[in-house]
Design a protein around this ligand. Structure first.
Ligand code: SF4
Length: 327
């Protein structure tokens, strides 16, 4: 197996607020190989988006990374200075968000925005930047690239704006694309097209993708591997087929049982009892124990460590599978 392109190792992020310290990320660990699409999935508040921001050195104030490592090509990004991170951000690692219109400046044409980004990260003149931009628009399937180049953001549909954002990310030569709920604001048909595009770009350009989503359907369609996050750490990870069809963690099972399916027609949807714990007041031991139908005494006292279940890298952090839980 190749070396990972990105490894997030035992990451902790907290926010000091007037209400107290919010423990947003609590030992998050995962890795992404070159050319792989990794899905980071979980309910809102599980720490997935702030982890994506941490990779780019963009944790918003008053948040701070207090422990862990983020290795990109083996170098710890948390030790880079501001200037070095500016070069990496938007250059080797790029991010796209749920609402592309919020990321595009409404008063400049799309062409001038993408040209500026390309020239910031590559040593090219205005004409070369334009040519790269047009090639980028073509690569993401935008019709009539010259017209798109001259257009203002409001003249494009949501789906086209998201394609522009992906073109911007890749035109600067990004090796890793962090996509945070990239299709949530789009209608179902356009959503499928954008996911297919991400898949094509991975195949054609070898770009790796960290896909942050709450949607297990999106994961099933797009991701090679997945990590299920709960209360700021990964509770189950592995190849997508293993995690979604041979799930072991009670939380993963609960998420899957909550999905609407044709076979459930006419029946009430299952939901996981209780709610996601607040980062202000996390339970001791396993953070899922107040909601878990299989809770044991040890779960309230000890946080389970990941246990490897097989040779393909399926891991679960649950005392039902840990040595401590078997005693
Ligand atoms: Fe449930 Fe215990 Fe496993 Fe946590 S460790 S998911 S509480 S069985």
């Amino acid at each position: 197996m190749t070396e990972p392109l990105l490894s997030v190792e035992d990451l902790y992020i907290r926010f000091k607020t007037y209400a107290g310290t919010v423990h947003a990320v609590n030992g998050m660990s995962f890795h992404i190989h070159p050319g792989e699409i990794f899905g980071l999935v979980g309910e809102s508040g599980c720490g997935k988006s702030v982890t994506g921001l941490a990779v780019l050195g963009m944790v918003p104030y008053p948040g701070e990374v207090i422990a862990g490592r983020i290795l990109f090509h083996g170098e710890n990004l948390l030790q880079k200075n501001r200037r070095e991170m500016e070069q990496i951000r938007g250059g080797r690692i790029a991010m796209i968000f749920q609402d592309p219109s919020a990321s595009l400046n409404p008063v400049f044409t799309v062409g001038s925005q993408i040209s500026r980004i390309i020239r910031h990260h590559r040593r090219v003149d205005r004409h070369e930047a334009r040519a790269l931009a047009l090639a980028g628009f073509e690569a993401v399937g935008l019709p009539d690239p010259a017209r798109i180049f001259r257009a203002y953001p409001h003249e494009l549909s949501g789906g086209m704006q998201q394609r522009v954002m992906i073109a911007m990310a890749l035109a600067s030569g990004a090796e890793l694309l962090i996509a945070d709920e990239p299709t949530t604001a789009l209608d179902v048909t356009i959503q499928a097209q954008i996911l297919a595009l991400l898949n094509d770009l991975r195949a054609a350009q070898g770009v790796s993708i960290l896909l942050i989503t709450h949607d297990l359907g999106v994961v099933a369609e797009t991701c090679d591997r997945v990590g299920v996050a709960y209360a700021g750490s990964i509770v189950e990870t592995g190849p997508t087929a293993q995690v979604l069809y041979q799930m072991k963690h009670p939380y993963t099972r609960g998420l899957l049982e909550a999905l609407p399916r044709p076979s459930h027609r006419g029946k009430a949807l299952q939901s996981i009892p209780g709610s996601v714990p607040s980062g202000l007041d996390l339970p001791s031991g396993c953070p899922f124990w107040p909601r878990c139908p299989e809770v044991m005494d040890i779960c309230r006292e000890q946080k389970p460590l990941p246990t490897r279940l097989d040779e393909v890298g399926h891991r679960v952090a649950c005392h039902l599978y840990s040595r401590e839980g078997q005693r």
